[in-house]
Design a protein around this ligand. Structure first.
Ligand SMILES: [Zn+2]
Length: 377
């Protein structure tokens, strides 16, 4: 008996397919089989009534930390995935070449949600920080070897371009090594934008089209994307023009309402929306997850379809998985987020303690991975 799941009565938003309206979704044996009004639901199928809800591809969090019990900041992937509509979490450098086997065995394989990874250019990952503080931990050859051996899970290379990653070495060399590995492997680099060194300009200049700047909505004057008068920096425009992607990576230190408003005023929206979930960012007052991060951008005026794209199809494309996840087109993995819109006013805090009252927000109802509903803890 094939396992069959039908999701009926919801409003489907699937930007990759150009769909935004009421329709049904049928998943057979873990893959999307059909999308359309009045699809024939086979006898014995499980039917979910999504009336009044949004039905989107499963959310893809490009910046998560889920190497629980090995890196101090990490959380367990499944409980968060189940309560946030997030079918795929891409770990952002918690594991490095020396610690990746454990990540694969103890996190990726047993998880019911999809877990992928950016491999840290530091072989110790984020087991201890500063992870790039000693030159011996930055090993491009070993990083490339582990990437090649784990291409089914590793989708890019992570480097934290930040003084708290580099320790006393104070150099941009790890960024260059990460880009060298990315070029050799044909994969993107995700660069964490942090306090210099390296400077914002030195780090950004090294990135190629397809590479990703995360934590890009920060508030610190040295690292923010905008000039003092609010205009988007020329280097940022130039980087976007050559295809560099700008990602949220909200976390507990990287999203600023003021900067976000300035960027919105100039029509500069994120390419991808991610959370930087870790042990402190998931706690109040920030309490971040994918729907909460998407809500912030929606509140600022980013159209809902674009918000969904930045959390699904564009994230999938950024990691080269656009043919498998991030869309409800037939043949894609049966990953779905069911969300509802809550119109109770709520105060949402940025990473700097500033608050805004939001009058509508996205709330996850359920997370479906490969046609199976993830049970909430
Ligand atoms: Zn992070």
């Amino acid at each position: 008996m094939p396992s069959t799941l039908a999701i009926r009565g919801g409003t489907v938003i699937d930007p990759a397919s150009g769909l935004h309206g009421p329709t049904d979704v049928l998943i057979v044996d873990g893959k999307v089989a059909a999308v359309g009004e009045g699809i024939v639901v086979p006898a014995g199928a499980t039917v979910i009534d999504a009336s009044g809800c949004l039905v989107t591809p499963g959310l893809i969090d490009l910046h998560a930390h889920v190497y629980a019990s090995v890196t101090p900041l990490s959380i367990d992937p499944d409980p968060l995935a189940a309560r946030s509509g997030t079918s795929t979490q891409v770990d952002a450098g918690s594991a490095g070449a020396a610690t990746f086997d454990g990540f694969r065995r103890f996190i990726v394989e047993p998880s019911r949600s999809r877990v992928l990874a950016f491999l840290n250019i530091s072989i110790i990952g984020l087991a201890a920080m500063p992870e790039c503080g000693y030159a011996r931990f930055v090993d491009a050859n070993e990083t490339l070897r582990v990437v090649e051996a784990n291409r089914d899970v590793i989708v890019g290379v992570k480097v934290r371009a930040s003084r708290n990653a580099l320790g006393e070495d104070n150099t941009a060399e790890p960024v260059r090594h990460a880009v060298a590995v990315g070029r050799a492997a044909g994969l993107p680099v995700m660069m964490h934008l942090g306090d210099p060194p390296p400077t914002f300009e030195d780090g950004l200049a090294q990135l190629r089209g397809g590479d990703i700047v995360t934590h890009a909505w920060k508030g610190q004057p040295i690292t923010r994307l905008v000039e003092r008068d609010g205009r988007v920096k020329a280097e940022v425009r130039a980087a976007r023009d050559r295809g560099v992607l700008f990602d949220i990576g909200h976390g507990s230190g990287s999203f600023n309402w003021g900067v976000a408003r300035q960027l919105a005023d100039h029509g500069f929206w994120p390419d991808t929306i991610s959370t930087d979930v870790h042990t402190s960012s998931i706690k109040a007052p920030v309490s971040i997850d994918m729907p909460a991060t998407m809500t912030r951008l929606w509140h600022l005026g980013m159209p809902l379809g674009d918000v969904v794209a930045a959390a699904t199809s564009r994230a999938a494309t950024a990691i080269g998985w656009g043919d498998r996840i991030g869309s409800l087109a037939p043949g894609h993995c049966g990953d779905v987020a069911i969300l509802r819109i809550d119109e109770t006013p709520i105060v949402l805090t940025d990473s700097y303690g500033a608050a805004e009252t939001v009058t509508r927000r996205l709330v996850a109802v359920s997370t479906i991975v490969g046609g199976r509903v993830l049970a909430r803890a």
